[in-house]
Design a protein around this ligand. Structure first.
Ligand code: SP5
Ligand code: ZN
Length: 342
């Protein structure tokens, strides 16, 4: 399997986030991608290729144009306002406030275009976001070109980013961009299988009213786990999309057997949908040693995930999402990929 990777991810570094009442170095950090790349190489998964550069048209097929145009302006506006530390939103237009009026100052715009403070900017953040997007589209083109699978080693991740907002370490929804790109390049139906520990709220929002992209999500129950405000089992899609959004919320402590039962059900629904291509939002924060998550998957479980997905017999694009146990992230992420190739 070919991997697409860009060193430009590394400029997105030194970010902070608010967790459990303390401002701490962000768990989403450059070493994540480097550990995965090192494991791709040591396992001899296949060649590691640089991305081609793309314009932003494909991003604007799933995100609003004003949101995408905002992203490269964040750091210049932040610097122009005299600040040197990272740009983090702190005010949001929740219920009772005006979310329909675009404000005019950078602090307000950061809140207008986000749902939490988990997607901050430093100097190299936009270049990293753009490279992650290029990685996803380049890997998607490999699959369209006839590869049975490809690995988009994206960083930053994407599945929390909605049509018009960032959050949860995510800015451009790389998996959604790739799924839409497949639709725009001949695929009649696309399935997105999101196995990250957190609900892919952005992906769900983007495709919620559509019947041409099926979205299947396995995750921590939002009653008690981030992102809290989406991801319940009764969210089944709307209008032409009704029945094509499927959520599998699971309790803290979920280990392989129960998690795998959800995977089996999701794979059955995916096979019945008979898509032309599968996009896997590959998060490995389901791991028992993940520092911010509460599932109990073991390293030996990850190849089983890959083998099950391979059994679908469909062209498959793996898009990297979360996973914060950096010592093991390469073993687990690449474990899925080598399992796929078994
Ligand atoms: C892509 C992805 O995996 N994003 C995850 C963003 C999670 N942000 C909020 C994490 C809250 C963690 N709370 C538990 C504290 C553990 N001490
Ligand atoms: Zn996650």
């Amino acid at each position: 399997m070919k991997t697409v990777f860009s060193p430009l991810h590394a400029g997105h570094a030194g970010n902070f986030e608010l967790i459990s009442g303390a401002i701490v170095p962000a768990f989403e950090k450059p070493s994540r991608a480097e550990f995965i790349k090192a494991r791709v190489e040591s396992e001899k998964l296949g060649p590691v290729l640089p991305p081609d550069t793309h314009d932003l048209a494909a991003a604007k097929q799933v995100h609003t144009s004003d949101y995408i145009d905002f992203l490269p302006t964040v750091w210049p506006l932040w610097e122009a306002s005299g600040r040197t530390g990272s740009a983090i939103p702190f005010t949001w237009p929740t219920r009772g406030l005006r979310g329909d009026v675009r404000p005019q100052t950078i602090d307000a715009l950061l809140g207008f275009y986000s749902f939490d403070g988990g997607a901050s900017f430093v100097k190299g953040t936009w270049e990293a976001i753009k490279s992650s997007y290029d990685v996803a589209l380049t890997a998607a083109a490999l699959v369209k070109g006839g590869e049975i699978s490809a690995f988009a080693l994206c960083r930053p991740p994407g599945h929390h980013a909605g049509a018009g907002f960032m959050g949860g370490y995510c800015y451009i929804n790389n998996a959604a961009v790739a799924a839409q790109w497949f639709r725009d390049h001949g695929a009649r139906r696309v399935s997105i299988l999101d196995v990250d520990y957190h609900h892919g709220n952005g992906t769900q929002e983007i495709f919620y009213s559509r019947g041409d992209v099926q979205v299947l999500n396995l995750h921590g129950d939002p009653m008690t786990e981030y992102p809290f405000f989406l991801g319940h089992a009764d969210e089944r899609g709307a209008g032409p999309g009704e029945g094509f959004n499927v959520n599998y919320p699971m309790p803290f402590g979920t280990a392989w057997d129960a998690w795998n039962a959800s995977l089996e059900d999701a794979c059955a629904k995916l096979a019945a949908y008979a898509p032309d291509v599968v996009v896997v939002s590959l998060g490995v924060d389901t791991f028992e040693k993940d520092p911010i998550s509460k599932f109990k998957l073991k390293s030996a479980d990850y190849p089983k995930i890959g083998r099950r997905i391979a059994k679908l017999g469909l062209p498959t694009l793996f898009v990297m999402e979360g996973g914060y146990a950096v010592e093991d992230i390469g073993i687990n992420a690449v474990g899925v990929l080598t399992g796929f190739e078994d």
